[in-house]
Design a protein. Structure first.
Ligand code: MN
Length: 289
């Protein structure tokens, strides 16, 4: 397994100085830095080259996360929005390929966070989302990119809430570079058994997000890490394990993630770094066995 961290642990916006976080991730001992792909199409050639070479120089693998906004939703009933979604993914995938990113994950099949003031058409969105993901998967394959479809809890999206649904969706798409992505935070809300959910995904598990029930770093809560580790080893998981902690309120990140209190206890950046490093040690120990 390779272990990583999402840059937004330290940031309040869906964009950041990724070069800075690459160097930090390397210093803290991570194999991977996950970046946000939300605004990657606005980066200049020079910025892209700086990020790419920083990752190379620091021996850090980059992965990307994305929560497409409603106007770029591949599963929308509006064909114009679906087209905009495809265009957005074509441009975003092209750009992340230049960073040598080989894995992107999130609600690629839908949009995030779901707007529940609007009516929900779960099966309609499911079908349109599967068709849309299949279409972009061919372009992604040419770039060597795997699309990891994240299963989210009911409050954030309605299309895929369980590993079982994620597996059914990915089988329906039926493409080798489209996989299921699980996240312990969402599993804690939706799954009868967290180990069971991991076994349900089995060989289709493409990416794993980790975090405690309240999104603190792994090891600072009551998530069943022993059970998670046993299940991952049981399915022979060799993929990426990226912690996705959110402990500070404020900005677009705090608002979208619904962080309404400071879970960091007013931690300095040095303290956040120390917590991440300890959590990395804990994660390797619990999950790799
Ligand atoms: Mn996640």
């Amino acid at each position: 397994m390779k272990f990583g961290i999402y840059y937004a642990y330290w940031e309040q916006e869906w964009v950041g100085d990724f070069k800075y976080y690459i160097e930090k991730a390397a210093k803290l001992g991570f194999d991977i830095l996950e970046i946000a792909a939300h605004q990657i199409t606005t980066y200049s050639d020079k910025q892209i080259e700086e990020i790419r070479s920083a990752a190379k120089a620091n021996n850090v693998l980059l992965t990307a996360g994305i929560g497409p906004t409603a106007d770029k939703n591949l599963s929308s009933a509006d064909p114009a929005i679906r087209e905009r979604g495809k265009k957005f993914f074509t441009e975003t995938l092209t750009q992340i390929a230049r960073l040598e990113v080989r894995a992107i994950g999130g609600a690629l099949h839908s949009y995030w966070p779901a707007d529940y003031t609007k009516p929900v058409d779960k099966m309609g969105d499911w079908q349109r989302g599967a068709d849309g993901v299949r279409e972009i998967s061919k372009f992604a394959e040419e770039l060597g990119i795997t699309l990891n479809i994240e299963v989210l809890n009911r409050f954030e999206n309605f299309v895929l809430n369980t590993a079982e649904e994620g597996v059914a969706f990915v089988r329906q798409v039926g493409r080798p570079n489209v996989k299921v992505m699980l996240d312990t935070f969402h599993m804690n809300i939706e799954e009868d058994s967290i180990g069971g959910a991991i076994r349900t995904a089995g060989p289709l598990l493409g990416h794993l997000h980790t975090g405690e029930c309240n999104r603190r770093v792994p090891g600072q809560g009551r998530m069943p890490w022993r059970e998670i580790g046993e299940a991952l080893r049981g399915i022979g998981y060799q993929g990426n394990v990226v912690m996705e902690p959110f402990v500070r309120s404020g900005g677009s990140v705090g608002n979208d993630i619904r962080v309404w209190r400071d879970l960091s206890n007013k931690a300095s950046e040095q303290k956040l770094d120390r917590d991440a490093m300890e959590s990395l040690r804990f994660s390797r120990f619990m999950l790799e066995g």
